[in-house]
Design a protein around this ligand. Structure first.
Ligand code: PBG
Ligand code: ZN
Length: 340
Protein backbone atom coordinates (compact mmCIF):
# COMPACT_ATOMS: atom_id res chain seq x y z
CA UNK A 1 0.00 0.00 0.00
CA UNK A 2 3.03 2.24 0.16
CA UNK A 3 3.28 4.87 -2.52
CA UNK A 4 6.75 6.00 -1.60
CA UNK A 5 9.93 5.60 -3.64
CA UNK A 6 11.21 2.19 -4.82
CA UNK A 7 14.18 2.27 -2.48
CA UNK A 8 11.84 2.67 0.49
CA UNK A 9 9.66 -0.33 -0.40
CA UNK A 10 12.74 -2.52 -0.96
CA UNK A 11 14.25 -1.51 2.36
CA UNK A 12 10.82 -1.67 3.97
CA UNK A 13 9.22 -4.89 5.09
CA UNK A 14 11.65 -7.83 5.20
CA UNK A 15 9.85 -9.83 7.89
CA UNK A 16 8.14 -12.08 5.36
CA UNK A 17 11.32 -13.24 3.68
CA UNK A 18 11.98 -16.85 4.73
CA UNK A 19 12.69 -18.78 1.52
CA UNK A 20 16.34 -17.82 1.33
CA UNK A 21 17.04 -19.52 4.64
CA UNK A 22 16.16 -22.96 3.30
CA UNK A 23 17.01 -22.54 -0.36
CA UNK A 24 19.78 -25.16 -0.34
CA UNK A 25 19.58 -28.82 0.81
CA UNK A 26 22.29 -28.26 3.40
CA UNK A 27 20.62 -25.10 4.67
CA UNK A 28 17.39 -27.11 4.94
CA UNK A 29 19.10 -29.70 7.13
CA UNK A 30 20.39 -26.86 9.35
CA UNK A 31 16.81 -25.92 10.18
CA UNK A 32 16.55 -29.02 12.39
CA UNK A 33 17.65 -28.68 15.99
CA UNK A 34 18.73 -32.31 15.93
CA UNK A 35 19.54 -34.47 12.96
CA UNK A 36 18.87 -38.15 12.83
CA UNK A 37 22.03 -40.21 13.24
CA UNK A 38 22.69 -43.93 13.33
CA UNK A 39 23.68 -43.81 17.00
CA UNK A 40 20.14 -42.75 17.95
CA UNK A 41 18.62 -45.98 16.67
CA UNK A 42 17.86 -49.18 18.57
CA UNK A 43 16.87 -52.18 16.47
CA UNK A 44 14.36 -54.75 17.89
CA UNK A 45 15.22 -58.45 17.57
CA UNK A 46 12.82 -61.32 18.25
CA UNK A 47 14.69 -64.38 19.44
CA UNK A 48 12.91 -67.72 19.66
CA UNK A 49 13.86 -70.96 21.38
CA UNK A 50 14.00 -72.81 18.04
CA UNK A 51 17.71 -72.47 17.37
CA UNK A 52 17.57 -72.59 13.57
CA UNK A 53 14.37 -70.64 13.09
CA UNK A 54 14.18 -67.74 10.64
CA UNK A 55 10.51 -66.93 10.12
CA UNK A 56 9.05 -63.84 8.50
CA UNK A 57 6.39 -62.25 10.72
CA UNK A 58 3.35 -61.73 8.46
CA UNK A 59 1.95 -58.59 10.13
CA UNK A 60 5.36 -56.96 10.67
CA UNK A 61 6.89 -56.30 7.22
CA UNK A 62 10.48 -57.47 6.66
CA UNK A 63 10.89 -58.51 10.32
CA UNK A 64 11.77 -62.04 11.37
CA UNK A 65 11.74 -64.23 14.41
CA UNK A 66 15.14 -65.87 14.63
CA UNK A 67 16.76 -68.63 16.62
CA UNK A 68 20.13 -68.11 18.23
CA UNK A 69 21.95 -69.79 15.33
CA UNK A 70 20.71 -67.11 12.92
CA UNK A 71 21.59 -64.02 14.94
CA UNK A 72 25.24 -63.52 14.07
CA UNK A 73 24.82 -63.80 10.29
CA UNK A 74 21.91 -61.40 10.46
CA UNK A 75 23.74 -58.79 12.52
CA UNK A 76 27.12 -58.93 10.79
CA UNK A 77 26.25 -56.77 7.74
CA UNK A 78 24.21 -54.39 9.88
CA UNK A 79 27.06 -53.81 12.32
CA UNK A 80 29.33 -53.18 9.34
CA UNK A 81 26.90 -50.49 8.17
CA UNK A 82 26.95 -48.77 11.54
CA UNK A 83 24.35 -50.51 13.74
CA UNK A 84 25.05 -49.42 17.34
CA UNK A 85 22.31 -50.97 19.43
CA UNK A 86 19.73 -53.75 19.56
CA UNK A 87 16.84 -54.52 21.92
CA UNK A 88 16.12 -58.20 22.54
CA UNK A 89 12.74 -59.85 22.96
CA UNK A 90 12.46 -63.53 23.79
CA UNK A 91 9.84 -65.68 22.09
CA UNK A 92 9.29 -69.08 23.75
CA UNK A 93 7.63 -71.43 21.27
CA UNK A 94 8.40 -74.82 22.82
CA UNK A 95 5.40 -76.69 24.23
CA UNK A 96 5.13 -76.13 27.97
CA UNK A 97 7.50 -73.17 27.96
CA UNK A 98 4.90 -70.82 29.46
CA UNK A 99 3.56 -70.89 32.99
CA UNK A 100 1.78 -68.62 35.47
CA UNK A 101 5.03 -67.12 36.78
CA UNK A 102 6.85 -66.62 33.47
CA UNK A 103 9.62 -68.93 34.66
CA UNK A 104 11.23 -69.10 31.21
CA UNK A 105 12.00 -65.35 31.18
CA UNK A 106 15.34 -65.75 32.96
CA UNK A 107 16.09 -69.38 32.17
CA UNK A 108 19.90 -69.30 32.10
CA UNK A 109 19.85 -71.47 28.97
CA UNK A 110 16.91 -69.67 27.38
CA UNK A 111 17.23 -67.75 24.11
CA UNK A 112 17.51 -64.27 25.64
CA UNK A 113 20.18 -65.11 28.20
CA UNK A 114 22.13 -67.06 25.58
CA UNK A 115 21.89 -64.34 22.96
CA UNK A 116 23.02 -61.63 25.39
CA UNK A 117 26.22 -63.63 25.91
CA UNK A 118 26.59 -64.41 22.21
CA UNK A 119 26.07 -60.83 21.01
CA UNK A 120 28.39 -59.37 23.67
CA UNK A 121 31.08 -61.83 22.62
CA UNK A 122 30.70 -61.58 18.84
CA UNK A 123 29.91 -57.85 18.59
CA UNK A 124 31.78 -56.13 21.43
CA UNK A 125 30.87 -52.64 20.10
CA UNK A 126 27.15 -53.29 20.04
CA UNK A 127 25.07 -51.86 22.90
CA UNK A 128 22.69 -54.55 24.12
CA UNK A 129 19.32 -53.52 25.53
CA UNK A 130 16.98 -56.22 26.84
CA UNK A 131 13.24 -55.72 27.17
CA UNK A 132 12.08 -56.92 30.58
CA UNK A 133 8.54 -58.24 30.78
CA UNK A 134 6.69 -61.44 31.56
CA UNK A 135 3.94 -61.38 28.90
CA UNK A 136 5.93 -63.46 26.41
CA UNK A 137 6.49 -66.09 29.11
CA UNK A 138 3.24 -66.27 31.04
CA UNK A 139 0.54 -68.78 30.14
CA UNK A 140 -2.09 -66.00 30.44
CA UNK A 141 -0.05 -63.48 28.42
CA UNK A 142 -0.25 -60.64 30.96
CA UNK A 143 2.74 -58.54 31.99
CA UNK A 144 3.08 -59.90 35.52
CA UNK A 145 1.82 -62.40 38.05
CA UNK A 146 -1.94 -62.52 38.54
CA UNK A 147 -4.21 -62.74 41.55
CA UNK A 148 -7.03 -65.26 41.47
CA UNK A 149 -9.43 -62.61 40.16
CA UNK A 150 -7.19 -62.03 37.13
CA UNK A 151 -5.80 -58.66 38.20
CA UNK A 152 -2.07 -58.02 38.44
CA UNK A 153 -0.49 -58.78 41.78
CA UNK A 154 1.78 -55.78 41.87
CA UNK A 155 4.01 -56.93 44.70
CA UNK A 156 4.86 -60.37 43.37
CA UNK A 157 5.10 -59.03 39.81
CA UNK A 158 7.64 -56.39 40.82
CA UNK A 159 9.59 -58.96 42.74
CA UNK A 160 9.74 -61.31 39.76
CA UNK A 161 10.37 -58.59 37.14
CA UNK A 162 13.28 -57.18 39.14
CA UNK A 163 14.81 -60.66 39.44
CA UNK A 164 14.55 -61.07 35.67
CA UNK A 165 16.11 -57.64 35.04
CA UNK A 166 18.99 -58.50 37.37
CA UNK A 167 19.56 -61.82 35.59
CA UNK A 168 19.77 -60.06 32.19
CA UNK A 169 22.17 -57.47 33.58
CA UNK A 170 24.35 -60.17 35.13
CA UNK A 171 24.38 -62.00 31.80
CA UNK A 172 25.88 -58.87 30.24
CA UNK A 173 23.03 -56.61 29.10
CA UNK A 174 24.25 -53.00 28.94
CA UNK A 175 20.72 -51.80 29.49
CA UNK A 176 17.56 -53.31 30.95
CA UNK A 177 14.23 -51.88 29.86
CA UNK A 178 11.15 -52.91 31.86
CA UNK A 179 8.01 -52.62 29.72
CA UNK A 180 5.58 -54.22 32.15
CA UNK A 181 4.12 -51.07 33.78
CA UNK A 182 3.87 -52.53 37.27
CA UNK A 183 4.07 -49.81 39.93
CA UNK A 184 7.43 -49.51 41.64
CA UNK A 185 9.48 -51.74 39.35
CA UNK A 186 12.12 -49.13 38.57
CA UNK A 187 12.99 -48.71 42.22
CA UNK A 188 13.02 -52.47 42.80
CA UNK A 189 15.32 -53.07 39.83
CA UNK A 190 17.67 -50.24 40.79
CA UNK A 191 17.94 -51.59 44.34
CA UNK A 192 18.73 -55.11 43.12
CA UNK A 193 21.37 -53.76 40.74
CA UNK A 194 22.93 -51.80 43.62
CA UNK A 195 22.81 -54.81 45.92
CA UNK A 196 24.51 -56.95 43.26
CA UNK A 197 27.21 -54.31 42.83
CA UNK A 198 26.49 -53.65 39.15
CA UNK A 199 24.31 -50.54 39.25
CA UNK A 200 27.25 -48.45 38.05
CA UNK A 201 27.53 -50.36 34.78
CA UNK A 202 23.93 -50.90 33.78
CA UNK A 203 21.58 -48.39 32.15
CA UNK A 204 18.02 -48.56 33.43
CA UNK A 205 15.60 -47.47 30.72
CA UNK A 206 12.01 -47.23 31.83
CA UNK A 207 9.07 -47.62 29.50
CA UNK A 208 7.65 -44.83 31.66
CA UNK A 209 4.73 -43.67 29.54
CA UNK A 210 3.43 -46.71 27.74
CA UNK A 211 -0.08 -46.35 26.41
CA UNK A 212 -2.60 -49.11 25.82
CA UNK A 213 -4.23 -49.31 22.42
CA UNK A 214 -4.23 -51.13 19.12
CA UNK A 215 -0.70 -50.39 17.92
CA UNK A 216 1.06 -53.40 19.47
CA UNK A 217 -0.84 -56.01 17.41
CA UNK A 218 1.98 -57.03 15.04
CA UNK A 219 4.42 -57.26 17.97
CA UNK A 220 2.07 -59.58 19.83
CA UNK A 221 1.88 -61.73 16.68
CA UNK A 222 5.65 -61.81 16.54
CA UNK A 223 6.14 -62.51 20.22
CA UNK A 224 3.06 -64.67 20.76
CA UNK A 225 2.04 -62.45 23.67
CA UNK A 226 -1.67 -61.78 23.08
CA UNK A 227 -3.38 -61.94 26.50
CA UNK A 228 -5.53 -65.08 26.78
CA UNK A 229 -8.30 -63.03 28.46
CA UNK A 230 -9.02 -59.37 29.05
CA UNK A 231 -6.70 -56.56 28.00
CA UNK A 232 -3.92 -54.39 29.42
CA UNK A 233 -6.00 -51.30 30.18
CA UNK A 234 -5.55 -51.58 33.94
CA UNK A 235 -1.77 -51.18 33.71
CA UNK A 236 -0.93 -49.52 30.39
CA UNK A 237 -2.02 -45.88 30.25
CA UNK A 238 -5.33 -44.65 28.79
CA UNK A 239 -5.01 -42.61 25.54
CA UNK A 240 -6.19 -39.38 27.06
CA UNK A 241 -4.01 -39.65 30.14
CA UNK A 242 -1.50 -36.87 29.57
CA UNK A 243 -1.39 -35.94 33.24
CA UNK A 244 -1.08 -39.56 34.26
CA UNK A 245 1.82 -39.96 31.83
CA UNK A 246 3.54 -36.94 33.36
CA UNK A 247 3.11 -38.49 36.81
CA UNK A 248 4.47 -41.84 35.60
CA UNK A 249 7.50 -40.10 34.08
CA UNK A 250 8.16 -38.08 37.24
CA UNK A 251 7.78 -41.18 39.36
CA UNK A 252 10.17 -43.30 37.29
CA UNK A 253 12.81 -40.55 37.30
CA UNK A 254 12.44 -40.40 41.08
CA UNK A 255 12.83 -44.18 41.31
CA UNK A 256 16.16 -44.15 39.49
CA UNK A 257 15.48 -44.45 35.75
CA UNK A 258 18.45 -43.37 33.61
CA UNK A 259 16.37 -43.01 30.44
CA UNK A 260 12.63 -42.56 30.12
CA UNK A 261 10.70 -43.89 27.16
CA UNK A 262 7.42 -42.92 25.56
CA UNK A 263 5.50 -45.51 23.56
CA UNK A 264 3.91 -45.48 20.99
CA UNK A 265 5.59 -42.48 19.37
CA UNK A 266 3.73 -40.77 16.49
CA UNK A 267 0.37 -40.65 18.26
CA UNK A 268 1.98 -39.36 21.48
CA UNK A 269 4.30 -36.56 20.38
CA UNK A 270 2.90 -34.26 23.08
CA UNK A 271 3.91 -36.85 25.67
CA UNK A 272 7.44 -37.03 24.20
CA UNK A 273 7.68 -33.27 24.52
CA UNK A 274 6.37 -33.46 28.10
CA UNK A 275 8.96 -36.17 28.83
CA UNK A 276 11.71 -33.91 27.50
CA UNK A 277 10.49 -31.06 29.67
CA UNK A 278 10.13 -33.18 32.83
CA UNK A 279 13.33 -35.12 32.13
CA UNK A 280 15.33 -32.20 30.82
CA UNK A 281 18.50 -33.58 32.36
CA UNK A 282 18.23 -37.04 30.88
CA UNK A 283 17.82 -38.73 27.51
CA UNK A 284 14.32 -39.40 26.27
CA UNK A 285 13.59 -42.45 24.13
CA UNK A 286 10.58 -43.17 21.94
CA UNK A 287 9.42 -46.53 20.64
CA UNK A 288 8.09 -46.33 17.10
CA UNK A 289 6.01 -49.45 17.60
CA UNK A 290 5.00 -52.34 15.39
CA UNK A 291 1.58 -50.94 14.46
CA UNK A 292 3.02 -47.57 13.46
CA UNK A 293 5.62 -49.32 11.32
CA UNK A 294 3.07 -51.68 9.73
CA UNK A 295 0.75 -48.75 9.01
CA UNK A 296 3.45 -46.90 7.09
CA UNK A 297 4.24 -50.02 5.07
CA UNK A 298 0.56 -50.59 4.27
CA UNK A 299 0.05 -47.01 3.15
CA UNK A 300 3.21 -47.02 1.03
CA UNK A 301 2.08 -50.25 -0.57
CA UNK A 302 -1.29 -48.68 -1.33
CA UNK A 303 0.47 -45.83 -3.11
CA UNK A 304 -0.38 -43.20 -0.49
CA UNK A 305 3.26 -42.07 -0.16
CA UNK A 306 6.84 -43.12 -0.63
CA UNK A 307 8.09 -45.40 2.17
CA UNK A 308 11.48 -43.77 2.68
CA UNK A 309 10.12 -40.23 2.66
CA UNK A 310 7.54 -41.15 5.29
CA UNK A 311 10.07 -43.07 7.39
CA UNK A 312 12.15 -39.88 7.59
CA UNK A 313 9.21 -37.53 8.11
CA UNK A 314 7.85 -39.65 10.97
CA UNK A 315 11.19 -40.29 12.65
CA UNK A 316 12.23 -36.66 12.39
CA UNK A 317 8.89 -35.69 13.91
CA UNK A 318 9.70 -37.91 16.88
CA UNK A 319 13.11 -36.25 17.18
CA UNK A 320 11.61 -32.77 16.92
CA UNK A 321 9.21 -33.61 19.77
CA UNK A 322 12.20 -34.28 22.01
CA UNK A 323 13.39 -37.88 21.74
CA UNK A 324 17.04 -38.56 20.96
CA UNK A 325 16.83 -42.35 21.13
CA UNK A 326 14.43 -44.15 18.83
CA UNK A 327 13.53 -47.82 18.88
CA UNK A 328 12.69 -48.50 15.25
CA UNK A 329 11.99 -51.41 12.91
CA UNK A 330 13.27 -49.09 10.16
CA UNK A 331 16.78 -49.25 11.63
CA UNK A 332 18.29 -51.58 8.96
CA UNK A 333 16.97 -49.29 6.23
CA UNK A 334 18.15 -46.14 7.98
CA UNK A 335 21.65 -47.63 8.05
CA UNK A 336 21.47 -47.57 4.24
CA UNK A 337 19.65 -44.25 4.00
CA UNK A 338 21.80 -42.26 6.43
CA UNK A 339 25.27 -41.29 5.42
CA UNK A 340 26.76 -41.12 8.89
C1 PBG B 1 6.09 -56.28 26.18
C2 PBG B 1 6.25 -55.30 25.07
C3 PBG B 1 5.34 -54.96 24.06
C4 PBG B 1 5.98 -54.07 23.21
C5 PBG B 1 7.25 -53.86 23.73
N1 PBG B 1 7.39 -54.62 24.89
C6 PBG B 1 3.97 -55.47 23.81
C7 PBG B 1 2.88 -55.12 24.73
O1 PBG B 1 3.03 -54.44 25.73
O2 PBG B 1 1.78 -55.63 24.45
C8 PBG B 1 5.38 -53.47 21.96
C9 PBG B 1 6.34 -53.14 20.87
C10 PBG B 1 5.73 -53.00 19.51
O3 PBG B 1 4.49 -53.03 19.31
O4 PBG B 1 6.52 -52.85 18.57
N2 PBG B 1 5.39 -55.76 27.28
ZN1 ZN C 1 4.45 -57.25 28.72
Amino acid sequence: ASTSATSVSISGDISSQLHGGYSHPLARSWQAERQLTKSMLIYPLFISDIDDEETLIPSLPDQHRRGINKIVAHLEPLVRKGLRSVILFGVPLAAGAKDALGTAADDPHGPVMASIRLIRQRFPQLFVVVDVCLCEYTSHGHCGILREDGSLNNESSVDRISDVALAYAQAGAHCVAPSDMNDGRIRAIKLKLIEAGIAHQVVLMSYAAKFSGCLYGPFRDAAGSVPSFGDRKCYQLPHGGRGLARRAIERDIGEGADIIMVKPASQYLDIISDAKEIGKNMPVAAYHVSGEFAMIHAAAKAGVFDLKTMAFETTEGILRAGATIIVSYFTPQFLDWLES
